[in-house]
Design a protein around this ligand. Structure first.
Ligand code: MIG
Length: 687
């Protein structure tokens, strides 16, 4: 059951696709109060209550015990104390022995989630705007609730199948030559690879939709040449458009009046990579259409995938902010800079980026309404994603394009995936990435993954290897790193072979993982889930923070610690452990329900599988297009006949029929008699 309550005068965000009549009675579960225009929902938490949701946010899978703020932020430096990340996903599910319900705030402004922070036993949820649609969801199970929420907000984005291949990225690849070197190092060593990202260095002066003519003299020819080798280019696009008369996107956008404006009607200007920029008013349909069509030259050059960046929007500084900082400094010039003035001086420039004052300086025009940006801040990136997706659909409605964005809001899960933003080469960020994934899925973002190896800071070999072991299972499997950090491509390291072997596991599993993903997406389900969804009665499982369910029958439990030679794993039921070293080298070990210490050398990582749920391995390949997805080795711990459906399609059809494309596989218990491992069937299947 879903109930909707309307407060004030909400902005239409497009997050919800079902039109529900608003209720007139009191909101269940919560006490409601107001502070000025703020709406505050208060709830006494049950002692055993566990909270899931908030998609991209720091800390545990269970969100209880911290304060989070929905306010999309460019936070390269995030830590456990960071209240806002790049995205805002305002769904929270309350789960305890006595109740199960979810609350969703369709509110694009600042929302604070005080979940046991001010008082350990109380949740306070505050909408700063006070204008919102509030939804309360009740269902019999967590799984049902997640599905109801997806039906409310729409089906998840479907990426093309090649987007499940390994992607190499680095800020700094600046030419065909750089990219070819990356490609040839992978191909030469048989490290599978499907795509290479192009970061801002491919552009002329960081201007969107341009590319350096010297570095990419024939982009179309280049992309075709790569495609012949089953490789794709994935360029970045930023939100800002440089103020540069003569640069067509500026001229055409200016002419049509499509940029965000200040109160006085002039364009809002702030610096980002290309220098002083204007910002497309993505909330407007005409601006989205205009922007979506700007991708055409790149699409014409054969590009089939993009990543959208800086769309919180990130602002280095505004004209006003810069002027203010200088005037503060001027005031102090020549005087004594003592204790307090010193901090003041420092902060004059420190606080200049992504400044709240700047977010209050500009406006969006939607229909007749003029909305100050801070009221709708969290919608900006989502509307950019929508602009791109609509542009791709207009360009070629017959195929899927790869698209992943840094900033997002629920609703954008229909149009694209997300990467988890700038992380660091930290073990703690490896764990954080794992913990975010089930909550991102709950909020609809199935196609996601983190910067494997870490974006900022210098990675070490063991950390990259452990990141890749997580990445084997994340839909987006991309190694990405920042300019000036240590080189992070697999081939840079003496132990590249074990990393390559890890990537081969991804390719052996690719048809199976793709199938699990598509089945989840098409049925409004989740690819990653907290264990609580499968084992709601099991208190250990409900509170497990370092293991995650995958697809219908699997569970992952990556090594998250430096120098570990293994880890403890909790099995909520009897499972089969597949301990991988490579696509062709793995152990099959049936394990009983309970606690296990698992040895996992640096090159080993496990996949746990429920009984009577098969895992399919194909012989692999070096790209998603060349792998052999007809011959499989099927692995299954079983105690009855098993019927399984593998979902397959051309990987491009934008509107697949979930009922078709299912290859049926039947496993009979007679297979067990010939197996070297008691209770585990190992069978070759030809589809
Ligand atoms: O201010 O394009 O998150 O992935 O490499 C940094 C350069 C801008 C931030 C993205 C990151 C990308 C980087 N960008």
């Amino acid at each position: 059951m879903i109930r909707k309550y309307v407060f004030g005068n909400p902005v239409t965000t497009g997050a919800v696709v079902r039109d529900l009549p608003p209720e007139s009675g009191a909101v269940p579960f919560f006490a409601l109060s107001r502070d000025g225009k703020k709406v505050i929902l208060t709830l006494a938490l049950q002692p055993d209550e566990v909270l899931f949701g908030l998609g991209e946010s720091v800390r545990g899978i269970n969100k209880r015990g911290f304060r989070y703020r929905s306010w999309n932020s460019d936070v390269f430096n995030h830590t456990e104390s960071t209240e806002s990340l790049y995205a805002s996903h305002n769904l929270l599910v309350f789960f305890s022995a006595s109740r199960l319900f979810g609350v969703y705030l369709d509110d694009p402004g600042l929302v604070t989630w005080d979940l046991g922070y001010t008082r350990a036993d109380t949740a306070f949820i505050t909408s700063e705007n006070g204008d919102l649609d509030l939804y309360v969801l009740e269902d019999a199970s967590l799984t049902d609730l997640a599905r109801s929420f997806r039906r409310l907000t729409g089906r998840s984005y479907l990426p093309p199948r090649w987007a499940f291949g390994y992607i190499q990225s680095r800020w700094g690849y600046a030419s065909e030559k750089d990219i070819l070197a990356v490609v040839s190092e992978h191909r030469k060593r048989h490290i599978p690879l499907d795509a290479v990202c192009m970061d801002i260095d491919y552009m002329v002066d960081f201007r969107n939709f341009t590319w350096k003519p010297d570095a990419f003299p024939d982009l179309k020819g280049f992309s075709e040449k790569l495609k012949a080798d089953h490789l794709r280019l994935v360029p970045i696009i930023d939100a800002g458009i440089p103020v540069a008369p003569g640069y067509p996107p500026y001229d055409t956008g200016k002419e049509a009046g499509l940029f965000c404006r200040k109160e006085d009607g002039s364009d809002f200007i702030a610096a980002v990579w290309p220098g002083r920029c204007v910002f497309p008013d993505f909330l407007r349909e005409d601006a989205r259409t205009w922007f979506g069509d700007l991708y055409r030259p790149l699409l014409d050059a054969g590009i089939e995938g993009f990543w959208n960046d800086m769309n919180e929007p990130a602002l280095f500084y505004s004209d006003e902010g810069l002027a203010e900082a200088f005037s503060r400094v001027e005031e102090l010039r020549g005087g004594q800079v003592e204790y307090e003035a010193m901090w003041w001086l420092k902060d004059a420039f420190n606080g200049i980026a992504n400044n709240m004052e700047d977010y209050r300086r500009f406006y969006h025009r939607v229909g007749d309404a003029v909305l100050r940006h801070d009221r709708v801040h969290n919608l900006y990136g989502a509307c950019m994603t929508r602009a791109s997706a609509e542009g791709f659909r207009r360009y070629d409605p017959s195929r899927r394009f790869l698209l992943f964005s840094r900033s997002s809001f629920i609703g954008a899960h229909r149009d694209g995936g997300v990467w988890q933003g700038d992380n660091f080469s930290w073990w703690s960020h490896l764990k954080m990435a794992l913990q975010m994934l089930p909550n991102l899925n709950l909020c609809g973002f199935l196609y996601s993954g983190c910067d494997l190896g870490g974006f900022g800071c210098n990675v070490t070999e063991d950390l990259l290897e452990r990141f890749l072991q997580l990445g084997v299972f994340t839909p987006l499997m991309r190694n990405h790193s920042a300019l000036h950090t240590r080189d992070q491509e697999i081939y840079r390291f003496p132990s590249w072979e074990i990393m390559r072997d890890t990537v081969t596991v991804r390719y052996a599993l690719l048809p199976f993982l793709y199938s699990e993903f598509m089945k989840a997406a098409l049925a409004d389900g989740m690819y990653f889930r907290p264990l609580a969804f499968d084992y709601p009665e099991d208190q250990r499982a409900v509170r497990t923070e370092d293991q995650v369910m995958l697809g219908e029958g699997c569970m992952i439990a990556p090594v998250l610690e430096q120098n570990a030679s293994g880890r403890y794993v909790y099995l909520p039921e009897d499972m089969l452990m597949i301990r991988f070293r490579s696509a062709s080298d793995y152990d099959l070990i049936p394990l009983d329900k309970g606690d296990h210490r698992i040895d996992l050398a640096l090159n080993e990582f496990p996949l746990f599988v429920k009984k009577n749920h098969p895992v399919l391995l194909c012989p692999g390949g070096e790209s998603s297009e060349t792998l052999d997805d007809r011959h499989f080795t099927v692995l299954c711990r079983m105690d009855r006949r098993v019927d399984f459906c593998l979902y397959r399609d051309d990987g491009l059809n934008p509107d697949p029929d979930p009922g078709r494309g299912l290859a049926r596989i039947a496993l009979d218990t007679s297979l067990l008699s010939s197996s070297p491992i008691p209770g585990v069937a190992i069978s070759d299947v030809l589809l």
